[in-house]
Design a protein around this ligand. Sequence first.
Ligand SMILES: O=C(O)c1ccc(O)c(O)c1
Length: 247
Amino acid sequence: MAAPTSDKLILPRYRRDPEGTHPPLDSPGYRSTALRHPKQPLVLLPQMLTEVTGPLLGPGRLGEFDNDLTRQHAEEPQGQRILVHGRLLDGDGRGIPNSLIEIWQANAGGRYRHIGDNWPAPLDPNFDGVGRTITDSEGRYEFTTIKPGAYPWKNHDNAWRPAHIHFSVFGQAFTQRLVTQMYFPDDPLFFQDPIFNSIPDEKARQRMISRFDYSRTTDHWALAFEFDIVVRGREQSVFENEEEEDE
Ligand SMILES: O=C(O)c1ccc(O)c(O)c1
């Protein structure tokens, strides 16, 4: 609670995200949600001290190439080199510093280094597809990576995921985590992707698409895309694990 001023109390402002910003837990068309969505009303588990004060991954534990996915092996991965950068913002547009951002993605051929991914696209010995960084004092982050390829999945006949990068953001504790996906402009696969289209609000859906950022491209080196993540308010990012609150 803010301190009272001479004649009035200043209450902290809280802007709700508009309805339709996040995907419903059961999304028609997105087949895996039919099986895994909760069938009972959600139970609020109050957080205890240990959950909100547990150890965090501080900058001292980041490796030199954790945010450069093109330099984690002896040689460079195949693919289009890109810079992905942006800011982590609160509901008033202020940068959120010192927050752990993690990404994971498929390689240029659309294959994940994951036991569950065995479609016939090659693995790249020089690409793991995993990165992490901590936002700076203004909430900025940067990753150097390669543009992921589209990949097929079994949701429906001839179903392909548009190229995307998964993002996870931690707050002040490991129990405070938000997960989202970043897409690329003008992807021809949006129309048939039930995950992209599970977001009811058109404006919120568009906020998942990064902006091509010519100003941050590097001549003879890399293209650049900008993607801000907004944790609350009217411009809030789409979060896969955000539950609607009961009134
Ligand atoms: O939830 C899923 O089933 C699922 C499948 C494929 C993806 O690329 C993904 O991000 C989620």
